[in-house]
Design a protein around this ligand. Structure first.
Ligand code: GTP
Ligand code: SPV
Ligand code: MN
Length: 601
């Protein structure tokens, strides 16, 4: 089996992991449809997957995870840099040697009784200069079929590796060896022993104990963000938690925009938006990760390293995101959503009234009005990007697409206006550093708790966050100032005194994109404030929306008192980074503090 491999280093590493993990069988994945179909059939037999109705959801399956394995686990995610300071104050650090010793024990015989799949994958279009290759060894067939949708996977990737190509080694086990004769469970996992460890210096990844999402699909957060952010620092490019979209105005002029929001804060929805303004069109390049590099023309270009979507299901509806629904109409994997009596899927928000006879995500009959939701709040769909009806014609362009604007956003019930434009790159970097957001179900732990999430990268930065801030400042210096993207901050989640969202969101977010587009064209008016340029009354297209003057003003005005508190909070947050914090960020903070104080007088 492994004899086919021409890459001696790859072969030796696989051999080493076989000896450690002791799988019963080895499968070298070719990435074909046939192979995926057989894997799905096996998983249906084992009870890991439920086949959905062939007419309603052709080629699609439902997986129900162990209820203890439903989201990323940040407290068990480690950055094992040589020194603690390299991982920085926002990451969990472990000494690499100690961690490797621990992993050697943990993985010892862990695949006994299971098959180990060899999954070669490319992050980015195969052969693009900006793409990078990884090889995941995993005992989870569920991870294999998801990796096949989320990345370019299989034989073609092994081919481009040739005899000595570079790859990121990724070892993954659900952490449940299977003694001979013992029956397997539908979703094996080992939540008490879960460890997700990253070694930036050797660029390698080990993940144990979880089969869910970012914990198990190692190309995504582990590689394309944590390891890639470190590569980007070394090689002068950016790996970001950002969607990428193309926006075309009614005259046919097109611009590309990238936007960073924390997990479950609106990237997929913005990336696939059905614009509410006539004549405006949005096309999707990516919904979660952007790799961006400076080209010789001084502009920033972005590729989507992924090939599919692992999108949040709840809230996705014909009204909020019809393109996401079309994308997962067929050949999709649903995880932890509810099942209907006619073998289709359902989740909160899909329809206003649930259908009869819903089975919840744990396989139990469910009634409307029940205390617990039918679908887990972090239930997801996996589908190939090629199935997205508004996929951008350039989404696989090996050079990437030129980015005209970068947007930062978060889930904030006050303070942060609907939209603001940064004064320059340095102020934009400060805006990114200032992102904070209410926590969501995408990670295990509290929900709705406000926390700092700089650049929406808090859980995904593979090195010291202060050095990452510096890297952003450096990139600004390397580019050509007026060709670099302009930077914006947005907030769809402002609430009124009754706790209701003021802004309609979703397709109406095009109004904000339109303002940004027209700012870049030089046609939208703005007023300069300490926190950036805010829309001049009338420059933001609110036509047809029922917003009172108070609501408008609370969306787009600078609320000085709240901002003074915000800056106080930032000052205290920045102390975390001690003297590693880049000076320009502190200067931005001081400038805003002073201007806010003098404006009040
Ligand atoms: P990850 O895949 O976890 O990185 O998340 P994401 O940023 O792609 O989040 P997604 O677009 O899937 O949105 C998550 C949740 O936010 C869903 O429940 C959406 O319904 C909700 N949401 C998205 N956009 C908006 C918006 O414009 N307004 C409001 N109120 N809610 C939104
Ligand atoms: C996120 O949490 O930001 C996700 C989902 O995109 S996961 O891949 O599970 O990390
Ligand atoms: Mn994400």
């Amino acid at each position: 089996m492994l004899d086919e491999l021409r890459h001696q280093k790859l072969k030796a590493w696989i051999q080493e992991i076989i000896e450690l993990c002791r799988p019963t069988k080895i499968v070298l994945c070719e990435g074909s449809e046939q192979e995926a179909r057989l894997l799905c059939e096996e998983m249906v037999k084992k009870g890991t997957l439920i086949a959905l109705d062939e007419k309603k959801r052709p080629g699609s399956f439902l997986a129900r995870s162990n209820p203890k394995d439903v989201a990323r686990v940040e407290e068990r995610t480690f950055i094992c840099s040589k020194t603690q300071i390299e991982a920085g104050p926002t990451n969990n650090w472990r000494d690499p040697d100690e961690m490797l010793t621990h992993l050697q024990q943990l993985f010892q015989g862990c695949m006994h009784g299971r098959t180990m799949y060899v999954v070669a994958f490319s992050m980015g279009p195969i052969g693009s200069h900006f793409s990078r290759v990884g090889v995941q060894l995993t005992d989870s067939p569920y991870a294999v079929i998801n990796m096949r949708l989320m990345t370019r996977m299989g034989k073609d990737v092994l081919d481009i590796l040739e005899e000595d190509g570079e790859f990121v080694p990724c070892v993954h086990s659900v952490g449940v060896p299977l003694p001979v004769g013992q029956k397997d469970v539908p979703w094996p996992c080992s939540p008490e022993k879960t460890v997700i460890a990253h070694f930036p210096h050797t660029k390698s990844i080990w993940s144990f104990g979880s089969g869910y999402g970012g914990n198990a699909l190692l190309g995504k957060k582990c590689f394309a963000l944590r390891i890639a952010s470190y590569m980007g620092k070394e090689e002068k490019w950016l790996a970001e938690h950002m969607l990428i979209v193309g926006i075309t105005n009614p005259n046919g002029k097109k611009r590309y925009v990238a936007a960073a929001f924390p997990s479950a804060c609106g990237k997929t929805n913005l990336a696939m938006m059905q614009a509410a303004l006539p004549g405006w069109k949005v096309e999707c390049v990516g919904d979660d990760i952007a790799w961006m590099h400076l080209a010789e023309d001084g502009r920033l270009y972005a590729i989507n390293p992924e090939a599919g979507f692992f999108g949040v299901a709840p809230g996705t509806s014909q009204r909020s995101n019809p393109n996401a629904l079309a994308t997962c109409r067929k050949n999709a994997i649903f995880t932890n959503v509810a099942l209907t009596s006619d073998k289709d899927v359902w989740w909160e928000g899909l329809t206003s009234a649930p259908p009869e006879g819903v089975i919840d995500w744990q396989g139990m009959p469910w009634q409307p009005g029940a205390a617990q939701p039918a679908a887990h709040p972090n239930s997801r769909f996996t589908a190939s990007a090629s199935q997205c009806p508004i996929i951008d014609p350039h989404w696989e362009d090996p050079q990437g697409v030129p980015i005209s604007a970068i947007i930062f956003g978060g889930r904030r019930s006050n303070t942060i206006p609907l939209v603001a434009e940064a004064l320059d790159w340095e102020h934009g970097t400060f805006m990114g550093a200032c992102v904070s957001s209410e926590t969501t179900a995408a990670a295990a732990g509290d929900i709705g708790k406000l926390r700092h999430d700089p650049f929406a990268m808090l859980p995904f930065c593979g090195y010291n966050m202060a050095d990452y801030f510096q890297h952003w400042l450096d990139m600004g210096k390397l580019g050509i100032a007026d060709r670099l993207p302009r930077i914006y901050s947005v907030n769809w989640f402002n609430k009124d005194a009754q706790g209701q969202y003021i802004w309609p969101g979703f397709g109406d977010n095009i109004r904000v994109l339109k303002w940004i587009f027209e700012r870049l064209d030089g046609t939208a008016a703005a007023k300069k404030t300490p926190i950036g340029y805010l829309p001049q009354e009338g420059s933001l297209d609110l036509s047809g929306l029922q917003l009172s003057p108070e609501q408008r003003s609370s969306l787009i005005s600078l609320q000085a008192g709240l901002w003074q508190n915000e800056m106080k909070e930032m000052r205290s947050y920045f102390q975390k980074f001690a003297d590693r914090l880049p000076k320009p960020l502190l200067q931005q903070l001081e400038r805003i503090e002073q201007q806010l104080a003098s404006e009040k007088v």
